[in-house]
Design a protein. Structure first.
Length: 124
């Protein structure tokens, strides 16, 4: 059993997910952080890019999902991102996705709201 993990953090994209009508029409910035579990023993030995994950594809997938999805809840968007990564990326056996809404429309609140899910291949 391996415990190898690649972290990809700070993926930003402008999207239209949100409960309020303004969020779905005006949009807002989201940030996504990923933990991707996969076996890195082969690329650790071979030093070959073909033996590991091309994270450019993962970043592009996440950005595209944030930009094109229109859901009421970020819980739905974060689940779609996790499931899509597991479907599209054969090497990945488990993923943890943290989706942050950087400017939630809450009066007198300047923090961010984040939702985190962890999924494995056996769950999709």
């Amino acid at each position: 059993m391996f415990m190898d993990c690649i972290h990809v953090t700070g993926i930003r994209a402008y999207g239209y997910t949100g409960y309020l009508p303004e969020e779905q029409s005006l949009g807002q910035w989201f940030e996504v952080d990923l933990k991707l579990w996969l076996d890195l023993s082969t690329p650790g030995r071979t030093d070959g890019i073909e033996d590991t994950l091309d994270y450019r594809g993962v970043v592009s997938l996440v950005q595209n999902l944030v930009k094109t999805s229109k859901f009421a809840l970020i819980e739905r968007l974060v689940t779609v991102i996790a499931d899509s990564i597991l479907r599209e990326c054969n090497h990945i056996t488990q993923v943890q996705v943290t989706l942050s809404k950087l400017a939630a429309p809450i009066p007198d609140f300047s923090g961010k709201i984040s939702v985190e899910v962890t999924r494995s291949k056996s769950q999709i």
